[in-house]
Ligand binder design. Sequence first.
Ligand SMILES: Nc1nc2c(c(=O)[nH]1)N[C@@H](CNc1ccc(C(=O)N[C@@H](CCC(=O)N[C@@H](CCC(=O)N[C@@H](CCC(=O)O)C(=O)O)C(=O)O)C(=O)O)cc1)CN2
Ligand code: MET
Ligand SMILES: [Zn+2]
Length: 757
Amino acid sequence: MTEIGTTVLGYPRIGPDRELKRSLERYWAGKIDETALLETGRALRTRAWRELKDAGLDSVPSNTFSHYDQVLDTAELFGAFPERFTKLGLTPLDTYFAAARGVQDAPAMEMTKWFDTNYHYIVPELGPDTAFSVAGSKPLDEYREARAIGVETRPVLVGPVTFLLLAKATETAPEGFRPLDLLDNLLDGYVELLRRLHDEGVEWVQFDEPAFAGDRTEPELNALIRAYHRLAKETARPKILVAGYFGGLGRGLGVLARSPIDALAVDLVTDESFVDAVAAEPALRDKEVLAGVVDGRNVWRTDPTRALSRAATLLGTAKSVSVSTSCSLLHVPYDVEREAELHPRLKGWLAFAKQKVDEVVLLGRALKEEGVDLSAARAAATDRATAADLADAGVRARLEALRPEDTVRSPYAQRAAAQQAALDLPPLPSTTIGSFPQTTDVRKARAAHKAGSLDDAGYEAAMKAEIERVIRLQEDLGLDVLVHGEPERNDMVQYFAERLAGFAATDFGWVQSYGSRCVRPPILYGDVSRAEPMTVEWARYAQGLTGKPVKGMLTGPVTILAWSFVRDDQPLGETARQVALAIRDEVHDLQEAGIRVIQVDEPALRELLPLRKAAHEAYFAWAVSSFRLATSGIDDATQIHTHMCYSEFGEVVKAIDALDADVTSIEAARSKMEVVTDLGAAGFGRGVGPGVYDIHSPRVPGVDEVSGLLRTAVGAVPAERIWVNPDCGLKTRGYAEVEPALRNLVAAANAVRSELG
Ligand SMILES: Nc1nc2c(c(=O)[nH]1)N[C@@H](CNc1ccc(C(=O)N[C@@H](CCC(=O)N[C@@H](CCC(=O)N[C@@H](CCC(=O)O)C(=O)O)C(=O)O)C(=O)O)cc1)CN2
Ligand code: MET
Ligand SMILES: [Zn+2]
């Protein structure tokens, strides 16, 4: 075999029934041993390889499995774990988990979003002393394991340049050091690995370089040139496929086309104009091109006419063209056939990972042979494109009728005065971000309700009991603005999607978000509207239990879109306006129910930021206006909060300001309040709640530590605008940590309050 032929760039690994999640969590809890955990992984890999081979793919990927994250795997493979983990004397597997999750005295490595997806990777920490070597053997082991069951595979690796671009410099690295400075040393490691793979008999290897879907500097493009000339120059090596995805490759296309690699995988879904750029690239004439025409990130069935025309455009350009997915299938669920509750017509429009593999095989054949039957795929595409009932004339008319003043609130100073008169809060008011720990009892009650063994009244009573407990706890802790705790929400996006027209939820559509944590992104298929209030009864109940203000809790339009599978038949901004209108109605109803503080979370504002700067302004325009549409048209005295949790804040600071929220809570504890300084410098003039408790760690912060952070904040922003709160919601934590941590947080707020003049 000289060609790669039909393939997928990667496959889900958590297991169709989240087998890996369950095994991991049992292993971490000490309930199973290493052998049992490793066996779960082995069984999942075997099953996936067999499935991919039996489906008829020409080339099957391996090393796409991970016990936590593929970037962390790469750091381990090349011996680049920080010393704080390697010196612990743990087994290799426990050292790996310590790096991912942290242990007492060795805080976890940072975790951040994988490009513009809801998947999170572990950020490598590299310094001038980092010395790479081939320290592990995972790609070799998996290759052998697959061959032992009769499947020849193509090991997939994070490419060297992307790996370095995703890394950060260690804290002790000298000023000016960049991880990319380590390229030559890292390439030594990759060369050695290539040699070992070659000796093993590997024919093709895949290097992922998604970093080139973003804007890259001259030195970064030069690094790409150096890397692939060096790797391809080796004679004892497998053939090299480089995969660029999550968008067009920009100047990276020409660089890779002119490098001596053997094949290039391109994403022909995300950016339509990139198809022409690829077709016009003469240097591809000696390469196999994998046409990524099956969307690896969304769940719609591929329109075969469009897909084939895109792939066929490249036929005259490349040495050969094969069909592939646009990116790894990690980002979609396993199998739509399991979704018994989905409307059959909607189901007919969908393809999850398993179906996408079949699409690749079918389209690959149709590209090379005459007479392949595409009628079923064509009919599905036509049915969806012509489904008139996706449009809701009422929603469209309402949006049409909106005037500019409908998205503008009164000047902030006027609102702030009205809100202070209504709420009478002390300086440095304390609050939380919304969710309290989701106890096993709460989740069990929801599972029982769904299964029918707990009736509506029983479920409602269980949630109300939980809400009352959480309210009493907050009163006891002395917090100033309370929350109901969100026990009724399976997930902050799915909960709303289940209550909005235009969305469908899945039963088994789990997708890995990080480590063992998964989400079931809802499917947004039609015009969105709200039939009835979604959160008001819970909020009214909570407010009725206490004299302190209870904060209403909603998710904003950008985040609802970011964490759903969105329709691809209209601009995202248009869909955002529909979602915003539904949230706006909810905000209005909460106000009518006596809720005086309403938080509209937008943690995904940064995540959806386009990878290329040229698209930023257009994104900010719709993102900001949809938030404002959701949060205006209310009384001056109603206080709007928003919340964001990510540390890379700089690029969106202006947009955050433009949201015009009265109070913005942000992640800040790990970066020691750096964001407050940024905000101060950017002239941000409204309320801000920098997180003073890192909820991603089981550590309980002490009173002095929190007071110290607060004093830093008070030094950077006028005290009357500072709020005291954790970094994010508490749903993934346990009460054993949360209670003392919040007690310390309130004590610190009191201490710093008493120091104010
Ligand atoms: N969509 C989304 N994306 C996000 C976040 C987020 O909150 N939501 N937060 C950021 C970090 N990402 C996260 C992603 C997932 C989780 C998380 O905790 N997920 C839960 C699942 C949450 C859920 O949907 N729970 C359901 C179903 C729970 C479940 O597994 N039930 C059991 C049965 C009940 C039991 O006995 O426990 C089962 O099906 O087996 C519910 O509570 O109803 C998990 O993996 O464990 C946390 C953070 C960024 N992206
Ligand atoms: C990922 S942001 C989470 C915000 C939400 N209100 C919560 O507390 O869980
Ligand atoms: Zn958050």
